[in-house]
Design a protein around this ligand. Structure first.
Ligand code: HEC
Length: 299
């Protein structure tokens, strides 16, 4: 009885706290029914990454994001593995690209006599972090350390959709006058003041009430993030000539981050398909041998 009561109380708590949490400054839903999210090729049981998008997204990562966000679970050689941005289908070309890329970075190593020496990174090295430690990362960014990107697409609810929305969700610069954003839509009427060093983003979880002049029940979605807007049209000049609109850049970098969070996804999915086919034929064989064995037995 006690157990059942506790269970029911638990259910009630879950039920009550969910809407309460939403009311306290929810982020804008990723699906709004008006604007389209990119159509990812990698979702679904047979999904595959779009190789060109992964390569472009890697370019966006290295040219824009890597100065703040590390990827310390990845090694440079992972970039050349199947489906990676340096997978050119020819092992020699791929190895050379990976080597050249790694060598731009510097690794500190302790040598035989205990001195710290610098050497260029090798393909087997992990990605070198942009900051020496978390304290330095936070100090360089107004107190909020940029999170590591190794598994960011898995670590955030909504994954690639969230990254895409976050990167494209900042208000346009002309909408912000002296740090103030005016809202006049069906949801909110009033002015939102950005705190110094923070940037309004409707998709970033937080609370806007304290900085809102209008009705607190209709405070805008989202919160204030320590990351300044990063992507604008033409921010990167793509090597493959694709037009680099803000939306394209955001979709490509989200695709790259999805790949980085799960580079073995394609292998796993094709293994899964193989297992299904195997089980199908096994079932057929079992069925016909059953028929065969009991053929002359009355039942
Ligand atoms: C100038 C440094 C800087 C650059 C460059 C930068 N970021 Fe950030 N980013 C940050 C900081 C700082 C945070 C932490 C923000 C916070 O917690 O308020 C962050 C957080 C994030 C988050 C996590 C948000 C969350 O839900 O916690 C994502 C995703 C992200 N950045 C994506 C990107 C992408 C993609 C790029 C490149 C296109 C990029 N960032 C470039 C500084 C940067």
């Amino acid at each position: 009885m006690k157990v059942i009561k506790a269970f029911v109380a638990g259910l009630a708590l879950v039920g009550l706290s969910a809407p309460a949490a939403m009311a306290a400054g929810g982020a804008k839903p990723l699906h709004d029914g008006e604007t389209h999210l990119p159509e990812w090729t990698f979702s679904g049981p047979f999904g595959k990454y779009d190789k060109d998008a992964v390569q472009r997204g890697f370019q966006v990562y290295t040219e824009v994001c890597a100065s703040c966000h590390g990827m310390k679970l990845l090694s440079y050689r992972n970039l050349g593995e199947h489906g990676g941005p340096f997978d050119k289908g020819d092992a020699e070309v791929t190895d050379a690209l990976v080597k050249e890329f790694a060598a731009q970075y510097t690794v500190n190593e302790v040598d035989d006599i205990g001195d710290i020496v610098e050497r260029p990174a090798r393909p087997s090295d992990r990605f070198v972090d942009p900051y020496p430690n978390v304290q330095a990362a936070a100090a360089g960014n107004g107190g909020a350390a940029p999170p590591d990107f190794s598994v960011i697409a898995k670590a955030r609810h909504g994954g690639a959709d969230y990254i895409y929305r976050l990167m494209t969700g900042y208000p346009d610069p002309e909408e912000i006058v002296d740090g103030i954003i005016e809202f006049n839509d069906e949801h909110s009427h009033g002015e939102l003041t950005q705190p110094a060093g923070l940037y309004y983003n409707p998709y970033f979880a937080g609370d806007t009430k304290e900085n809102w002049s209008g009705d607190p029940r209709h405070a805008p979605y989202g919160g204030f993030i320590a990351m300044p807007p990063q992507l604008t049209d033409g921010r990167v000049e793509y090597l493959d000539g694709t037009e680099s609109t803000r939306e394209q850049l955001a979709a490509d970098v989200a695709e790259f981050l999805a790949w980085a969070s799960d580079p073995k996804m394609e292998n796993r999915k094709s293994l899964g398909l193989g297992v299904m086919i195997y089980l199908f034929f096994l079932a057929l064989i079992v069925y016909f041998s059953y028929k065969q064995i009991w053929r002359n037995v009355e039942h």
